[in-house]
Design a protein around this ligand. Structure first.
Ligand SMILES: [Mg+2]
Length: 390
């Protein structure tokens, strides 16, 4: 997949180029600025508990994208990030974070859990943070589940997390489509991905096809063989898909190459992911790269490190001082880049994909992570409370 620099298109400063050169391609598109309409996400929908507004999120998407386009907020932020390059501090005094942060945004995979295994001590850490009055959000680029699905996962792991505290890239895709008035076009979405994206699209009333229904499809590749596509597809959303196959790729290729105006949306561009706690696995960058490769197109990115989710949180909770927010994650190229590019404090955990040797440049960095440094790092977030049993 050809990585396209965001900076020329969005008017960012050279300082941003330094960071973005090591980031996956982001296509930052200006969505129409409009007054958000009342969300339909909760009106007459099956998951009535998910009340936070996809429309409001999408409004933040639109405004955030437009802000990025004119390069005001981002350019200043990235200058600051550049100034502290190679200065990550191992957190020995928790007060250095806890006394200066009101809101924590936690990545999930590699921070809260690994695969389906809860990292020991996390429930107590979350309880302690809540007891101190900290506001907590849980943000994941993993699109395989909807917010309802993640709520169930938190519950199954014994964690009491509220629906409005969860942000998944499946939700971000749905919110983006809602705010850009996709539903009003009368068109459908073709999904490469698992059930999370479809569940979120159902909540905003956007019709879709593909996903798990196509997991066993094999195209006819004999003489005269062809894949027929629904000519009413107006967008292809690509998320992590353990059942990716040639039929789905051909379907997406035909939609994007042959249907006028068909949008290409990526939930995330993560290169690797933690399917199990035994090794790294090919991430959604694989699926997006395959579609980019056969279309020559770059996607609109809605997950981290795109600014969409933090713009929503800031708008919803009236947050003006982003230095009081700390992004905690295990990935340099998504979590830490997301935090740094958006003016947040950043804390890397070594409980996921990044090793201390890599962070300290004692071994070669993974491609795409060069030059990205957090302000602090910890073994796990248990280090916020050294007395917590692990
Ligand atoms: Mg992670």
């Amino acid at each position: 997949m050809a990585a396209r620099m965001a900076s020329p298109a969005v008017g960012l400063s050279p300082a941003f180029t330094l960071i973005s050169a090591s980031q996956p391609a982001q296509r930052l598109r200006a969505a129409p600025a409009q007054t958000p309409v009342q969300s339909t996400a909760s009106a007459g929908r099956p998951s009535g508990s998910f009340l936070f507004s996809a429309s409001a999120f999408g409004a933040a998407v639109a405004s955030g994208l437009q802000a990025s386009r004119f390069g005001k907020r981002r350019s200043g932020t990235v200058c600051r990030a550049t100034a502290v390059l190679n200065n990550a501090e191992k957190l020995a005094v928790p007060a250095k974070i806890l006394d200066h942060v009101d809101i924590f945004i936690f990545d999930c995979d590699g921070v809260i859990w690994r695969g389906d295994s809860l990292i020991p001590g996390i429930p107590q850490v979350i309880a302690n943070l809540r007891a101190e009055g900290k506001k907590l959000f849980f943000v994941t680029n993993n699109s395989t589940k909807s917010r309802a699905g993640y709520k169930s996962k938190f519950t199954s792991l014994g964690l009491d997390v509220q629906p409005e505290e969860i942000f998944s890239s499946s939700f971000a895709a749905a919110a983006y489509l809602e705010q850009t008035n996709f539903k009003q076009t009368g068109k459908k979405v073709y999904i490469i991905g698992e059930k999370g994206i479809g569940e979120e699209l159902d909540l905003v009333g956007v019709p879709w096809l593909g996903a798990e229904a196509d997991k066993d499809h094999q195209p006819n590749m004999g003489s005269g063989g062809r894949v027929e596509v629904d000519h009413n597809v107006g967008a292809v959303v690509v998320g992590f898909d353990r059942h990716i196959n040639y039929y789905k790729l051909q379907y997406a290729q035909l939609c994007l190459n042959e249907l006028p105006g068909c949008e290409f949306i990526a939930t995330n561009l993560d290169r690797v992911t933690h399917l199990t706690d035994a090794q790294e696995w090919a991430g959604n960058g694989t699926m997006v790269g395959a579609v980019s490769g056969c279309t020559g197109r770059e996607p609109t990115l809605v997950g981290k490190p795109a600014p969409l989710m933090i713009d929503y949180i800031s708008k919803k909770y009236g947050i003006t001082d982003r230095s009081r927010i700390c992004m905690v994650g295990d990935r340099l190229d998504t979590d830490i880049a997301f935090g740094r590019n958006n003016g947040l404090k950043t804390c890397l955990t070594l409980s996921g994909v990044t090793s201390e040797d890599e962070l300290m440049d004692r071994v070669p960095r993974k491609k795409g992570t060069e030059g990205i440094q957090p302000e602090f790092y910890v073994e796990t977030i248990n280090d916020f409370y050294p007395g917590v049993a692990r």
